[in-house]
Design a protein around this ligand. Structure first.
Ligand code: FAD
Length: 448
């Protein structure tokens, strides 16, 4: 790009900026490093300047300036995304949203916040009035709500409430457009889908209105099993026990638990483990179900101790991959959706087929009422060709893969960009400046 950095710093005179190259490089990164395929492809990609707006007026100023000079904009929350969503392919401005973290209003069942609020901070606020957020990624301590909506999909809580994109899980979004005269657009109801999971290419989200859930006292539990399929079937049965409130059902095949150094005293070598977050009133019903599948409860922490000691959530979802990689950096992962099946036959088939090369890690969640097994299997990586072969084998069996080894939106989970999102894109980002290069159908229009 041909823009002059001095012009830019002058235009942003009243706004916090970062021009230190080491800092910029850091803020041009995310957690795509879990993928050995993405690392070389995104190496050396950095922004030219980081801008940290404190309010919507400053966001508008940045948007107007970038539109006028045709400067690419990569919006950034906490930068915990896994697909290089926050890595700028064509330099330009990194728009760091973390200073916009205010809770605008909060009432029973609904909250309205600025997009840069951290999920854990939001949850804490909501719990003060007896409510909590419906779901969060395992990165909730640092991840922002805007980043979760634009880049994430679900997590802890999804066994009860489904995915973030399910109708009703986001009430309203306010976005600023990338035009010389930026507009502010409020999307409500089903229209929020125009921006949900759009990887920061469909406008800058400045505010979010979110439905809340009644807050429960949550207990954390570890159950171990000798047999993997018994562990998986226990998870599925608990998922379907509609009278029992839970927000996490994670199943690990051996040897995954051995990667969790802090938990060794609770899980004997060779055992399969199920990690649960379950409401205290449901705890009494757990031993019976555990017994039915031949498991053993080896650890339990009650709600009064939440925040103390071990935090089980931070071993689940993609934190599992993080822990495994601290022990063995050759490990990477898959993201797969098994079709609904009470016998979990495909899970069993894949478990046996790949042996130690693809190790089962399941997260159960709810999709349109049905309990579904999502696999975040650990893969012992050898080559990209072999990884693709593994992916293709899953797909051939009818298991949907949301490929985490690509930074191209269409090659990931969605396969095509929703036409409604594309139409909205033309309106809010007419020059194609937002996170350019991440989509096949959108050309990089910035004048070189
Ligand atoms: P960022 O990474 O900063 O941004 C993500 C995307 O959103 C980018 O494309 C960015 O441009 C865009 N964006 C950010 N803010 C805005 C905004 N205000 N307006 C417009 N676009 C914006 N994800 C899950 O869904 N579930 C999980 O359980 C989960 N577990 C994870 C575990 C680990 C260890 C790691 C490393 C990642 C995990 N993730 C998970 C991925 C990621 O952490 C979450 O999706 C998280 O919510 C992203 O938030 P963030 O603030 O870090 O977003």
């Amino acid at each position: 790009t041909t823009f002059n950095l001095d012009t830019l710093t002058a235009a942003f005179a009243d706004i916090e900026i970062i021009t230190d190259t080491a800092q910029i490089a850091k803020l041009s990164q995310d957690y795509h490093t879990f993928s050995p395929v993405l690392v070389p492809k995104l190496a050396g990609k950095v922004g030219d300047i980081v801008v940290r707006p404190a309010n919507e007026a400053e966001v508008i100023k940045v948007a107007a300036t970038c539109a006028k000079h045709r400067i690419p904009v990569t919006v950034r929350g906490a930068g915990t995304g896994n697909y290089g969503q926050c890595v700028p392919l064509h330099g330009g401005v990194i728009l760091d949203m973390t200073k916009m973290n205010e809770v605008l209003w909060l009432k029973p069942a609904v909250v309205r916040v600025e997009a840069g609020v951290k999920l854990a901070a939001l949850d804490k606020k909501a719990r003060e009035i007896g409510w909590e957020i419906r779901m969060a990624p395992s990165t909730y301590r640092t991840a922002t709500l805007g980043g979760f909506i634009a880049g994430g999909s679900g997590g802890i809580g999804s066994i009860q409430y489904g995915l973030l994109g399910d109708r009703g899980n986001i009430i309203g979004l306010r976005v600023v457009t990338l035009e010389e005269e930026p507009q502010i657009i409020e999307l409500r109801g089903d229209d929020v889908q125009k921006v949900n999971h759009a990887w920061g290419i469909n406008g800058i989200i400045t505010q979010v209105e979110l439905p809340l859930a009644p807050a429960y006292p949550w207990a954390e539990v570890i159950v171990t099993f000798d047999d993997f399929m018994e562990a998986a079937k226990f998870g599925y049965a608990l998922g379907n026990a509609d009278g029992m409130m839970k927000k996490l059902i994670t199943v690990f095949a051996s040897p995954i638990p051995e990667y969790f150094q802090a938990l060794q005293q609770y899980i004997s070598p060779g055992k399969q483990a199920v990690f649960l977050i379950i409401a205290e009133p449901s705890l009494e019903f757990l031993p019976g179900l555990v017994q039915q599948y031949g498991g053993e409860i080896t650890y339990q922490k009650l709600a009064q101790d939440t925040g103390k000691g071990i935090n089980l959530a931070e071993f689940t979802w993609n934190h599992t991959t993080l822990h495994a990689r601290t022990v063995d950096t050759s490990i990477t992962y898959l993201q797969s959706l098994f079709p609904p099946d009470s016998q979990l036959q495909l899970v069993e088939q894949m478990y046996h087929h790949f042996g130690d090369e693809v190790i089962m890690h399941l997260e159960f969640f709810r999709v349109r009422g049905a309990v579904i097994a999502c696999g975040l299997q650990l893969v012992r990586y050898t080559t990209e060709a072999r990884l693709n072969e593994i992916i293709q084998y899953h797909e051939a069996q009818g298991i949907a893969i949301a490929n985490p080894h690509t930074y191209i939106i269409e090659d990931g989970g969605r396969k095509v960009i929703d036409p409604e999102q594309l139409k909205f894109k033309e309106m809010v980002d007419p020059y194609g400046l937002m996170n350019p290069g991440k989509s096949k159908v959108l050309e990089f229009k910035v004048s070189q």
